[in-house]
Design a protein around this ligand. Structure first.
Ligand code: PSV
Ligand code: MN
Ligand code: MN
Length: 388
């Protein structure tokens, strides 16, 4: 059995990017409940994200969503984040709110609408140049609701052309990551529904284009760790949007619905060379906190990723390979399950203290008085996304 001491140095480099929108109010199409102290500006979201990093050491960057986080001076925003110990990370484009995109954006039949969507991505790239961000993340709401409504094939071709125009503007150190999702808001067909489509599109673009895997974007029962293994094998896993789900794109706290699935995913990440300082895989959360407090929700999330990463690092890979090669079905399964069932919470608490962090970041946040302070100071917190 691998010991905690033998793997703890690998935990030091773990970094999980926080989404700015996780700190705003969000909800379902039925109701958006507000939380006292909700940020009113992107600066306040960044300030809340800084608390998460300060208490966990796990979340050194914040992702932006444009235009939700639009400001006049992005270089100044980057300096503001830097003063709080953070950097600005992935820039997420947004082609799903304007009336013009009712029938698609990068796939639209009208060249003027396609150009509007391409221009939006050029704007995102300019923002990235100012913030020093490396990744442009594209998720498209494009799709149709009824068979025959659109020409599925033609839409793929137009998507390829539009993506090529965007890809052509990437700087040397920048990447394009294309996120897939099997349905919603379109219900019959979605233009980038699965990893295969995302892979086909990014493979045609070049080395700087990769796939983004959002853990909530698959049909129930999908073996996500298999997709992770395959994309790593192909050198095309660019980033994760971590969250968990019981039914569809629930955007719940990562590891809340199915900790074992998170463990299996992280095991394949480690197995495939996707973890560590030299890994090209970016870890990000994509979550919404509809009824729980947002800052503790984010703290719990990054701790869940850390806990399952630790358990996955504990897998005795030599013993596992030997059991697999010997055809020892139950032995191999037992080795994996031994690591999964190991309670690493006390070891992690002691390790955090040795790094100068609170042993229990959730308790430290509750005791800090920050939640009360922002509840008193901030009136009229805003909704994530729409209206933010
Ligand atoms: C779409 O469901 C998604 O997962 C994409 O990443 C969006 O950018 C994000 O949610 C925020 O709405
Ligand atoms: Mn996502
Ligand atoms: Mn989603």
């Amino acid at each position: 059995m691998t010991t905690f001491e033998s793997i703890s140095d690998q935990l030091e480099a773990q970094a999980i990017e926080l989404p700015s929108w996780a700190f705003g109010n969000s909800g379902t199409r039925f109701k958006v409940f507000t939380t006292p102290g909700t940020p009113r500006t992107i600066e306040e979201k960044i300030s809340d994200a800084a608390r998460v990093h300060e208490l966990t050491g796990l979340a050194p960057s914040v992702a932006l969503h444009i235009p939700w986080d639009k400001v006049d001076d992005y270089a100044a925003l980057g300096r503001y984040a830097g003063d709080l110990g953070l950097s600005l990370g992935t820039v997420n484009s947004n082609t799903f709110q304007d009336d013009a995109y009712k029938f698609g954006s990068l796939t639209h039949t009208d060249a003027a609408v396609r150009q509007k969507a391409i221009d939006h991505h050029f704007e995102c790239l300019e923002i990235m140049n100012e913030t020093g961000s490396n990744d442009l993340k594209i998720w498209l709401a494009d799709g149709t609701n009824y068979p025959g409504q659109g020409d599925i094939r033609g839409r793929q071709d137009r998507l390829a052309d539009s993506l090529a125009a965007i890809y052509g503007r990437l700087g040397d150190n920048q990447r394009l990551v294309l996120e897939y999702k099997f349905f919603e808001p379109a219900f019959y067909h979605t233009d980038v529904p699965d990893w295969g489509t995302s892979y086909a599109q990014v493979a045609a673009l070049g080395d700087q284009a990769l796939v983004c895997l959002d853990t909530g974007h698959h049909a129930p029962g999908t073996n996500i760790e298999f997709i992770v293994a395959q994309l790593l094998r192909l050198g095309k896993l660019g980033s994760f949007d971590f969250n968990s789900r019981f039914y569809a794109d629930d955007d719940l706290i990562v590891g809340a619905a199915d900790p074992f699935q998170l463990f299996r995913i992280l095991y394949e990440v480690i197995r495939g060379g996707g973890f560590g300082p030299d890994s090209p895989v970016a870890f990000m959360l994509d979550q919404c906190h509809n009824v729980e407090e947002k800052i503790p929700g984010q703290i719990r999330s990054v701790l869940n990723v850390q806990e399952m990463t630790t358990r996955a690092l504990l897998v005795d890979r030599d013993a596992l390979t030997a059991a697999q090669d010997a055809g020892d079905v139950l032995g191999a399964n037992g080795i994996l399950m031994d690591a999964f069932y190991t309670d690493v919470r006390a070891d992690l608490a002691a390790w955090r203290e040795s790094c100068g962090l609170p042993a229990d970041p959730m308790a430290a946040f509750a005791a800090s008085g920050y939640q009360q302070k922002i509840a008193d100071e901030r009136v009229g917190g805003r909704q994530a996304g729409w209206g933010a």
